[in-house]
Design a protein around this ligand. Structure first.
Ligand code: AMP
Ligand code: MG
Length: 481
């Protein structure tokens, strides 16, 4: 592996050092004709990275040229995919380059996706295409701007290599930043190894990096589990409030940190439909919009199973303790969701459940666009209800609802702080990715401009706030990423 000679960049190897059983030393594959497509200069700055140096030598962003002390590794993990267990998944086309310290001194993983085959690649080619990597860039940065915990995107580099999918596509590598890449599937892998010491080191590593308060608890590993349950309940509530459908909530795609990860077949609600599924491979609707809280809780049950040997020597007691914590998920989720809905409605106290349920029924029957309805509702609080009245069908019922809501004196300015104008709408993402794949990055940059400041309506960006045109049809996403 070539080494960056004069780089001042320091990449830590804490994961590889503390958990060598989960780390296979590896490197990125060379790219025939690398070209930087997009670089997140702000994030680079926050991480103390020199943007000019990153542009100058793309080797770091490809995993081929790394600082001398760095130890890039492919990470091992297992996972339940659509309910079926795979004991060995791991980074088939990804690399953890190492850890950086952010401005607060916290560790952040610098990770690549699409950097070539690893020992976990199975039948895969180890590569990724420009479109899906740019999709992850746009959507993960939009999620961050929306205030939803998420992995971040640092850069996308086109490799100059053709990638075979349904068609031949240009290849790319995404550089991603996360507070870590520990997953529920990491614990499943450690548990399945039968090595309880490894499982304990993994849990202690997770506590140190993500949930340090658990270290002081009477039972740190149970406190870790509790902290993950809390983080995920809050995260999924945020997804539901902004209308995000992850699409592939397998246990290998659920983090211990509580950050959203892996933007494959994800999509945003347009017309409100609780049963909506966008992913073409999710035939049973397992990860439909409304099923996301239950899917998260199911995954957390798998985490509990993996952690059992740490929870108590007596397995019966371990199970009872875990179940007690797992059962808090529903209440925590509902509390986060209800508080979020009150905020979306501009109300600061508890809202009668009936009022919320009635509104959701009106949105569903009217196929109302989720994002623009809530943003438009602030205008109704200011006195102009026409924009939102135009989005529902049953006007007498809606007028009655509006009157009861207005009695509660909603605060439109507070609403504008939580109801985005711009989300990465499916038709706009598709448009930007198609153009970028054909070589035109302009639509991508315009889309980024809108979604990176999602709460600020700006002239000239109206089409980024509008629902999909009628002829966009039913949106499908594909996992062939
Ligand atoms: P995902 O559904 O993207 O989270 O990936 C699930 C598993 O498949 C992970 O172990 C990935 O590393 C692996 N994988 C996905 N695509 C590829 C590919 N093109 N080459 C090798 N492994 C892949
Ligand atoms: Mg994944």
């Amino acid at each position: 592996m070539s080494v960056a000679p004069s780089s001042s960049l320091r990449l830590g190897d804490r994961f590889a050092r503390e958990l060598p059983e989960l780390a296979v030393p590896w490197r990125g594959e060379d790219a025939p004709d690398p070209r930087l497509l997009v670089l997140n200069e702000q994030l680079a700055g926050d991480l103390g990275l020199d943007a000019a140096a990153l542009r100058d030598d793309l080797g770091l962003l490809l995993g081929t040229t790394v600082p001398s002390e760095a130890r890039p590794v492919a990470q091992a993990y297992a996972g339940h995919q659509f309910g079926g267990y795979s004991p060995r998944l791991g980074d088939g086309r990804a690399l953890l380059l190492g850890e950086l310290s952010d401005a607060d001194g916290a560790l952040r993983d610098l990770h690549l996706k699409g950097s070539g085959r690893t020992p976990f690649a199975r039948g895969g080619d180890g590569r990724a295409a420009v479109g899906p990597m740019l999709r992850e860039y746009v959507v993960s940065e939009a999620m961050h701007a929306l205030g939803v915990p998420s992995t971040r995107a640092l850069a996308v580099v086109a490799t100059g290599r053709a990638v075979q999918r349904e068609t031949v596509l240009p290849g790319a590598v995404l550089a991603r930043v996360a507070s870590s890449h520990l997953r529920v599937g990491s614990f499943q892998y450690a548990r399945a190894s039968g090595d309880v010491d490894l499982l304990r080191r993994l849990a202690d590593h997770a506590i140190a990096r993500h949930h340090p308060a658990a270290a002081a608890a009477q039972h740190p590993h149970l406190a870790l589990y509790d902290a993950v349950v809390a983080a995920q309940a809050g995260l999924v509530a945020q997804w539901m409030l902004i209308g995000f459908v992850h699409g592939v909530m397998n246990t290998d795609n659920m983090t211990i940190s509580g950050e959203t990860i892996d933007y494959g077949p994800c999509a945003f609600l347009d017309a409100y439909d609780p049963a909506v599924v966008f992913s073409s491979i999710d035939e049973g609707g397992r990860y439909a919009y409304r099923n996301q809280p239950a899917a998260a809780q199911w995954n957390l049950a798998r985490l509990a199973e993996a952690m059992l040997p740490l929870l108590h020597d007596d397995e019966e007691r371990a199970i009872a303790d875990a179940v007690e914590v797992l059962e808090t998920f529903t209440g925590r989720y509902q509390e986060a969701w209800a508080g979020g809905v009150w905020a979306k409605l501009g109300l600061d106290g508890p809202v009668d459940r009936g009022l919320v349920a009635e509104l959701l029924a009106l949105l569903e029957s009217g196929h109302a666009d989720w994002t623009s309805f809530f943003r438009g509702l602030a205008a109704a609080a200011r006195g102009d209800a026409e924009p939102v009245r135009g989005r529902v069908l049953d006007l007498p019922a809606f007028d009655d609802w509006l009157a009861r809501w207005r009695e509660r004196d909603p605060d439109p300015r507070a609403m504008d702080r939580v109801n985005p104008v711009y989300v990465p709408r499916n038709h706009l993402v598709e448009e930007a990715l198609a153009a970028a794949t054909a070589g035109d990055l302009e639509p991508l940059h315009e889309l980024l401009e809108a979604v990176l400041r999602p709460f600020e309506a700006r002239p000239g960006l109206e089409r980024y706030a509008d629902p999909a045109p009628d002829d966009f049809g039913r949106y499908r996403t594909f996992c062939g990423t």
